[in-house]
Design a protein around this ligand. Sequence first.
Ligand code: IMP
Ligand code: MG
Length: 175
Amino acid sequence: MRQLKRILTPEDIQGRVEELGASISDYYEATPDLLVIGLLKGSFIFLADLVRRIRTPHEIAFLGIESYGDSMQTGGRIEMTYNPKPRIHGRSVLLVDDIIDTGQTMNFVLPILEEQGAGEIEVCVLLHKRKASNLKCDARWVGFDAPQDFLVGYGLGLGEQFRHLPYIAAVVDDT
Ligand code: IMP
Ligand code: MG
């Protein structure tokens, strides 16, 4: 039977988000016109907490990228499901996502932003499974190294469930 095994408490997450926000604020201290882009849906809670810790003035935008259906495996198929076309050209872009697993999502989005003439692009993720070997640009900021299990909660979903959980849990088979 599938069980949820809690691995990060709300307090663990908030403490780390505060540190990430401080580091990001220092890095972008002198940057005008910063654009923070969250990838939907997984980043929505992390982004909401993170931007409240970033002191540098910035605009927030979202792109919808879908790579997982209802299963715990990457389908290899990836598509952009929402793109309101924020102004990218010449801007410093901070790309925020919940997790890097195979790296496919980042490798799909980064060239799109480059083609649109983004200035500097940096990546911040809450979780990193550290198994992607061919990342076009690795994350400058990582909240936590993650186990290889499928994770849910704090924005991360499984079949569109569990995103609302305030903690992060691994989906484990205990049979
Ligand atoms: P990647 O493209 O394989 O790096 O996977 C990144 C995307 O897949 C993330 O934006 C998540 O939406 C989703 N994903 C990857 N691993 C997990 C997981 O353990 N739980 C929930 N979503 C995941
Ligand atoms: Mg995602």
